[in-house]
Ligand binder design. Structure first.
Ligand code: XMP
Length: 502
């Protein structure tokens, strides 16, 4: 395996994922952890991630341990600066911070095998290596960065990010490191992943029971399918109608999943809506919802008896945005199933997909033989329409948004490129605006339409929807939904916005 040491970059999992794409198992370890956790793990190489810190501001001596395992090491951004500083080079604040695309020119080296001599790479750094350690060879530079890559015996340092899609041939650079430099064995596959998880879950749960929180989406369905293979009848799947679902969602989920799993459907609409009454703040909403889910799962566990575990379909982007990755990263928003969880819980959590991205989960779903229409379902957040009604959530506003969303979805299904859209949905704004209908003044709500394209939910671009589509949707919403008299279209990408509004 290749160990990825996390220094707090938002992209650490992306590095691990690129390594898995080479068919090689990869695991993330916190930079605060000891190197001894790697002993006995058959480590074939190490990658040091980027991170928000500066290597000259803290005592880095402690990190020397990651270089003493006798395997090749690749340092990315912070990881490169760390090695430079530790081995006698010099790192300084850059005169001008470098963000975005740069032209890289490289020298001949196995790391760059098969890559054109000049390529676009993605930079994001405020510090620079101004002098490399003795014996190191600079193997790449850009117009602004004299040391864009260097090599020192078994160490490679890159100032740019090969793991992000904007770096051309970035995957090839990572695969060159993993395969050509580390000679790592290709043993990672969907089959292997599922087998390992089944064994891990069996070992953890033993003869006890577990429940699985089902949302009707691909993640929880894949998690439940793996857990059911591990536990058989001892896994009970629970679908909660939390009152913030889309139109007809409860019945659709019941109809498609009851035949394939041991499913209980719980009506908790009133309970959720009364806990949400008067809650305006987005983070608070997420936490209230996370807490209510857990209370319901715990009550259900008591009713069934002998249930000690809760299986969830948590994915890596939920973990990293909630600031609960392995290293020191920032909180972007508390996903209901991670940052929204109460501090003290009776059930122990099992999250087989915690380290994976959506498209990886989809391919595991395919391997498990789940129906194609299920695998292609668009993501829907656990806090549901509550985070798509900006401000206060109540029955009236929910009904208004449900109707608008339903119209948008009906029309969207007719789009030729519907399959390539990551998510398309309506948002209800806490904003009134003046209109005129049938010679009468109106003062009603504004509805926003959001449609994005994305690979993994970590970054996204807005979809250039056809004007006649937008026109049709806007006219239908204003004509058919009481309480909305204006429709706007969200044209922001992620970053700087997020996909959901709250
Ligand atoms: P953001 O809004 O953070 O969303 O750009 C990224 C992806 O995650 C979904 N999302 C959630 N999923 N629980 C979930 O299960 C949550 O609390 C949650 N918040 C956002 C969002 O729909 C998008 O696909």
């Amino acid at each position: 395996m290749i160990a990825v040491i996390d220094f707090g970059s938002q992209y650490t999992q992306l590095i691990a994922r690129r390594i898995r794409e080479c068919g090689v198992y990869s695991e993330i370890i916190s930079c605060h952890g000891s190197a001894s956790v790697l002993v006995g793990k058959d480590v074939e190489g190490i990658v040091l991630s980027g991170g928000p810190g500066s290597v000259y501001e803290i005592d880095i001596e402690n990190y020397r341990r990651f270089f003493s395992l006798g395997v090749p090491v690749l340092g990315i951004c912070y990881g490169m600066q760390l090695a430079a500083q530790l081995f006698g080079g010099k790192v300084r604040k850059s005169k001008s911070r470098e963000y975005g695309l740069a032209h890289l020119t490289h020298r001949k080296d196995p790391l760059f095998a098969g890559i054109p001599k000049r390529v676009h790479v993605w930079m994001s750094h405020g510090d620079t290596v101004v002098r490399v350690p003795r014996g190191a060879r600079v193997i790449a530079y850009t117009e602004n960065t004299a040391v864009a890559a260097f090599r020192l015996r078994g160490f490679y340092g890159l100032q740019f990010h090969p793991e992000v899609r904007h770096t051309r041939h970035g995957r090839r650079i990572i695969s060159n490191f993993v395969i050509k430099v580390c000679h790592a064995r290709r043993t990672w596959s969907a089959r292997r992943f599922v087998e390992d998880e089944i064994n891990r879950i069996r070992e953890m749960v033993g003869n006890e029971k577990a429940i699985c929180g089902i949302s009707g989406g691909v993640d929880s369905t894949v998690a439940a399918t793996i857990a059911a293979r591990a536990l058989g009848k001892n896994l009970i799947s629970v679908f909660v109608d939390n009152g913030v679902l889309r139109m007809n969602e409860r019945e659709e989920v019941r109809a498609s999943l009851s035949p394939v799993m041991n499913l209980r459907v719980i009506d908790a609409r009133d309970r959720f809506l009364s806990s949400l009454a008067n809650v305006k703040d987005a983070e608070r909403k997420r936490k209230v919802i996370g807490r209510e889910f857990i209370k319901i799962f715990e009550a259900e566990a008591n009713r069934i008896g002998n249930v000690k575990y809760l299986v969830q379909g948590t994915l890596y982007p939920d973990v990293i945005e909630s600031g609960q990755g392995i290293g020191p990263a920032d909180v972007i928003k508390s996903h209901h199933n991670v940052g929204g969880l109460p501090k003290r819980m009776k059930l122990k959590i099992i999250e087989p997909l915690r380290m994976l991205f959506k498209d990886e989960v989809r391919s595991i779903g395919r391997y498990l033989g789940l129906p194609a229409h299920y695998i292609e379902r668009k993501p829907f957040p656990g806090p549901g329409l509550a985070v798509r009604i900006v401000g206060v959530v109540n029955k009236g506003r929910l009904e208004t948004l449900r109707q608008a969303d339903q119209i948008l979805l009906e029309e969207a299904h007719k789009l030729r490129n519907y399959g390539s859209i990551w998510q398309i949905f309506a948002v209800l704004l806490p904003l009134g605006s003046v209109g005129v209908m049938g010679d009468r003044r109106t003062y009603d709500s504004v509805c926003a339409i959001r449609a994005v394209r994305s690979d993994d939910g970590m970054t996204a671009d807005w979809v250039r929807l056809p004007h006649n589509f937008l026109n049709r949707v806007s006219r239908r919403i204003v004509n058919e939904v009481k309480g909305i008299n204006r429709v706007v279209f969200d044209i922001t990408s992620k970053p700087p916005a997020t996909i959901e509004w709250e």
